[in-house]
Design a protein around this ligand. Structure first.
Ligand code: RIB
Length: 309
């Protein structure tokens, strides 16, 4: 292709306060955690960061608080080479924060305080229509108001740009409003929340994907952690295998998958090739602690891909 992939992310930016612990306190109890890590996160910002690290030109549309975390978030976007013209500082509200707890198996539990993310409005997105028009993909998640999410999907489609929705955190949604999205990409828990269907084995995962297609969704990708990912389109359902790694922190792996997937698809790759690469990109992110800090460069990714594919 003659130009770099272009990705716009309409979504959240948080500061992640990650505690590593083998146990969780009971009500009224105080216990010691093992370690603490402060880093940049937020599903939107993480996806923007992953797409950028893979080589895309990325614009972030977001709101941050007028506080220390907000300024630090802005500086982090700038040093990553992410366009921040549409990152708006919002007085009188905190930046988004996420206390995260990671257990000894690398599994995480996340609490999000939305703060300024909850002020991102449809008119903020309209103000960026010129950038959206030039993008290959626009990605949204659910850490901003739902009205803004639906507006983003519909605006992108009306401008001829491919919208992607990561319905995270899990939420019951009006399926009709999701028909604008080219790809809806939940993980297993989010798919279960959206559909009310169980997801305990591969037959149930297939049934859930078919249910979503029957509701009129164009394409569904369900991320399955250590089991890879599944692509469902009206013509067929394809399982794309995972790459084996020993995870130390899986936080942000779903975001690594989605941001890298947008870049790989925008490079003109098929869904199954792009998903296989995104599976590896996400797996590599679990090898080190943190979210954005654990996302590898394109060169490192290519070296691993050459070894493992
Ligand atoms: O998906 C991981 C992200 O969820 C974290 O970075 C946290 O900020 C929450 O948004």
């Amino acid at each position: 292709m003659s130009r770099s992939p272009r990705v716009v992310v309409v979504g959240s930016a948080n500061v992640d306060l990650t505690t590593f612990t083998d146990q969780f306190p009971r009500p009224g109890e105080t216990i010691f955690g093992k370690d603490f890590h402060l880093g940049f996160g937020g599903k939107g910002a993480n996806q923007a960061f992953a797409a950028r690290r893979c080589g895309a030109e990325v614009t972030m549309i977001a709101r941050i608080g007028d506080d220390l975390f907000g300024q630090a978030t802005l500086d982090n976007f700038v040093s990553a080479g992410i366009e921040t013209r549409h990152v708006l500082i919002t007085p009188g509200v905190s930046s988004g924060v996420a206390p995260i707890f990671v257990d000894s198996a690398g599994q995480n539990r996340i609490l999000v305080v939305k703060g300024a993310n909850d002020r991102l409005s449809p008119s903020d997105v309209d103000a960026a229509a010129d950038v959206i028009r030039e993008a290959d993909f626009v990605i949204a998640q659910l850490e901003i108001p739902l009205a803004t999410v639906f507006h983003t999907l519909e605006l992108a489609r009306s401008l001829g740009v491919r919208p992607m929705l990561n319905p995270a955190p899990g939420h019951v949604l009006d399926f009709d409003r999701l028909k604008a999205a080219d790809f809806v990409i939940p993980n297993e828990t989010e798919a279960e929340t959206m559909t009310g269907l169980p997801m305990s084995d591969s037959a149930e995962v297939d049934a859930c994907a078919r249910f979503l297609l029957d509701k009129g969704l164009r394409q569904v990708i369900i991320t399955l952690g250590a089991n890879g990912s599944l692509h469902a389109a009206p013509q067929k359902i394809t399982q794309v295998p995972a790459f084996e790694v020993t995870a130390v922190d899986s936080t942000g792996a779903g975001d690594a998958f989605i941001g890298s997937l947008a870049c790989f698809l925008a490079e003109g790759r098929s869904e199954s090739d792009a998903m296989s690469r995104a599976n590896l990109y996400a797996a590599l992110s679990t090898l080190t602690i943190g979210t954005q800090k654990s996302f590898v460069t394109r060169d490192r990714f290519e070296a691993e891909w050459a070894k493992r594919s």
